[in-house]
Design a protein around this ligand. Structure first.
Ligand code: IVH
Length: 673
């Protein structure tokens, strides 16, 4: 072997070694969620490989981790014939349906034994078949009609969590992994935000975003979209798949293909339901949208016995969550006045049940949103209700627009007090300029004062506040403590007893805490957490009132805007008058004690970077239990950056912003303090 051949061989080996390393790191990062090395180290290896490949382009292979950037546009997608058809799933909608499914399966299997199920979330994205031959991703195709799909290989290659080459050496010669391509919510929101800034149309939901991104003829566009993938099954495979569905999934996970971390095996329908309810509760805190649960009989032998009906397996079924989106019609739009005078357009809807609750109003947020979504009275709209948030209008169904719609126009005068509505240049929110003259603002201020997290005045609900203000019995929050039992007892639907109870509750509410009182005052931008920090920082109301903006900003959580609102609040004569009356009425609180170390990490923001000796997810969980937030990127708002071995760009950024940097030992100390 001559000199040159030898060095060529060495280079080939070096390139292959780099590729193997990068694949292993990808696997740990995307599949196991336990990065082995910091991002900077990954970048270093990546660039080393890239420059070697630039020097020796003849050594570039399609499965190299560098080959993900996308390629020149196609004129159309090629058709792909699926060797094993891509099936659909039956649905069930109730607990009885699930019991029936279990009973039917047992009957067919001729056994009354409890069944094991592999259970996992039903992802809301786009089904994809990934074909690996000799460990290399050779083709990715959409489901299409189940038999024929589209070849989206170029696009799928740009999805970082999908391995271009499998890891290990025990993968079969041919294996097809099937799963869902989806867009995690963080990426979706960021993408839409940018689209709006550029004046482009945002995606209606993450599902559309995933589908739209994957069906781009220009894969360079797909490469810029934050897509992810979880496998949920296999297609063609030329090896013995083993004995259980969960076993198959664990094997493909070992080969480097991501599988949902929520996947579990449970026994019996009752346990399936527990899993369903658990995930439904956690639905809104997941990083991606799911629309239900899929239950799969775990034994592959039992799957064979159960077989298929038309295009769906008898051994698997989807249990959908109640829909979060429904269609309805905008019947009218009203303008609500908030505590700070903010005017919010609210759509009055034809009542419709969404996720089990009848919805007849939805917020339109502000006029920019109304314009962007092009909403008119009379339109059929998609409304969405997720978790406990106020229902919102997602989009208009364009082809259902009747001819006689009317435009939504922001009034010039406050619908409650008639004062001018003003919109400051550069602000999205328009406000009533009436201040305390506006009864709507006063009512909202009183409701806020009485609310559970503020002064917690039992029995003083929204309705009663409105009655009290409308009857002229109170003008502002101070008036509450001047009320007489006979005034209240005379109100509609009140009696001597409930009036007496309210008096007791008011009396009781006079003793609270500085932070509750501060929050209750309704100073703009001073939420519960900020009120707590202020109380901790200053200990007394007098000290807060005496502080200037600069001094206020030394409080955690308080920036220039909040500080300005606080100062201006305490400068207004009418606020001082109300404050005086409240204190004269006997509002008091025990002296504030500086809390040392109770939950020292409450509200603190952490970023973890570099390689740590335990999985990041463990640290993350511990930190969250102590009330801290853990985010992915370093900004001025970050309190601590924990830098593990060989931390890279995030550490640099922390240093440049002057963010406190901890090493792992210091973090452990904080956690055990
Ligand atoms: S299993 C043979 N599992 O739902 C069973 N499907 O309604 C095939 N889907 O086309 C599907 N998450 O795109 C399965 N965890 C999951 C899923 C899932 C989403 C989609 C899939 C399928 C559709 C059927």
């Amino acid at each position: 072997m001559n000199q040159q051949q030898q060095s060529q061989e060495q280079i080939e080996q070096q390139i292959e070694r780099l590729r193997e390393q990068l694949r292993r790191h990808n696997h740990h990062y995307y599949v196991l969620d336990e990065p082995l090395v910091p991002d900077s180290e990954y970048d270093r290896l990546f660039h080393q490989l890239k420059s070697l490949e630039e020097q020796y382009p003849e050594l570039i292979t399609a499965d190299s981790p560098t080959q993900r950037v996308g390629a020149a546009p196609l004129s159309s997608f090629k058709e792909v014939h699926h060797k094993a058809p891509m099936l659909s799933l039956g649905n069930l909608f109730s607990e009885t349906d699930l019991m029936d499914f279990e009973q039917r399966s047992r009957n067919r299997l001729g056994s009354d034994d409890p069944l094991d199920y592999e259970v996992e979330p039903k992802l809301d994205g786009l089904a994809i078949n990934l074909r690996y031959e000799n460990g290399v991703l050779v083709q990715a195709a959409t489901r299409g009609d189940g038999t024929r799909g589209e070849d989206v290989t170029r696009n799928v290659r740009t999805i970082e969590s999908i391995p271009l080459k499998l890891i290990g050496d025990d993968y079969p010669r041919v294996v097809e992994a099937r799963g869902e391509v989806f867009m995690p919510l963080a990426g979706f929101n960021a993408f839409n935000k940018k689209a709006l800034e550029r004046g482009e149309k945002p995606f209606a939901n993450p599902r559309n975003a995933a589908a739209g991104s994957l069906r781009q003829l220009d894969s360079r566009i797909t490469a810029k979209r934050p897509l992810a993938f979880y496998a949920y099954g296999v297609g063609e495979i030329d090896a013995d798949p083993g004995v259980t569905q969960s076993g198959v999934m664990m094997r493909i996970r070992e080969w480097g293909i991501p599988v949902s971390p929520e996947l579990q095996v449970v026994t019996g329908a009752k346990a399936c339901l527990d899993y369903y309810h658990d995930l439904m509760r956690r639905r809104d805190s997941l990083a991606y949208d799911i629309d239900g649960i899929v239950y799969k009989v775990n034994s592959l032998e039992k799957q064979r016995v159960l077989g298929y009906v038309s295009r769906a397996p008898r051994w698997a079924i989807a249990h959908k969550f109640p829909a979060q989106e429904e269609l309805t019609v905008v019947e009218a739009v009203e303008f609500q006045v908030g505590r700070t005078g903010a005017i919010t357009p609210v759509a009055r809807l034809q009542p419709v049940t969404v996720a089990g609750v009848v919805v007849s109003n939805a917020t339109l947020h502000n006029m920019d949103e109304v314009q962007r979504k092009d909403i008119r009275v009379g339109d059929t709209v998609i409304i969405r209700r997720a978790g406990d948030v106020i229902p919102e209008v997602v989009s208009v169904v364009g082809d259902r627009r009747p001819v006689d719609t009317s435009a939504i126009v922001m009034p010039q005068k406050c619908p409650v007090c008639g004062s001018d509505i003003l919109r400051t240049e550069g602000e999205v929110v328009a406000r009533c300029s009436g201040g305390l003259y506006c009864s709507a603002q006063r009512k909202e201020g009183i409701k806020h004062f009485a609310s559970r997290k503020a002064m917690d005045i039992d029995g003083l609900g929204d309705k009663l506040v409105e009655q009290l203000v409308d009857a002229g019995l109170i003008e502002d929050i101070a008036g509450l403590y001047q009320l007489h039992v006979e005034d209240v007892a005379g109100l509609e639907r009140m009696g001597a007893k409930s009036a007496g109870n309210l008096m007791d509750a008011l009396h009781k509410s006079r003793t609270s805490s500085l932070s509750r009182f501060l929050f209750a005052l309704g100073i703009r931008e001073v939420g519960e957490a900020t009120a707590k920090s202020l109380a901790q920082e200053f200990l007394t109301l007098d000290a807060i009132m005496a502080a200037d903006e600069e001094r206020l900003q030394q409080t955690p959580d308080v920036g220039p805007v909040v500080a300005a609102h606080i100062v201006s609040f305490f400068q207004q004569p009418h606020n001082l008058a109300v404050l005086g009356k409240l204190l004269a009425a006997g509002i008091e609180w025990p002296e504030e004690q500086r809390q040392q170390g109770e939950t020292p990490l409450q509200g603190k923001t952490f970023v973890l970077t570099g390689a740590l000796s335990r999985p990041r997810s463990e640290f993350k969980q511990q930190l969250q239990q102590l009330g801290a937030k853990v985010t992915g990127s370093v900004s001025k708002k970050t309190d601590y950056v924990v830098a593990g071995e060989a931390a890279g760009s995030k550490l640099k950024k922390a240093e440049s912003l002057g963010v406190t940097v901890l090493n792992e030992a210091e973090l452990e100390e904080l956690l055990t303090a």
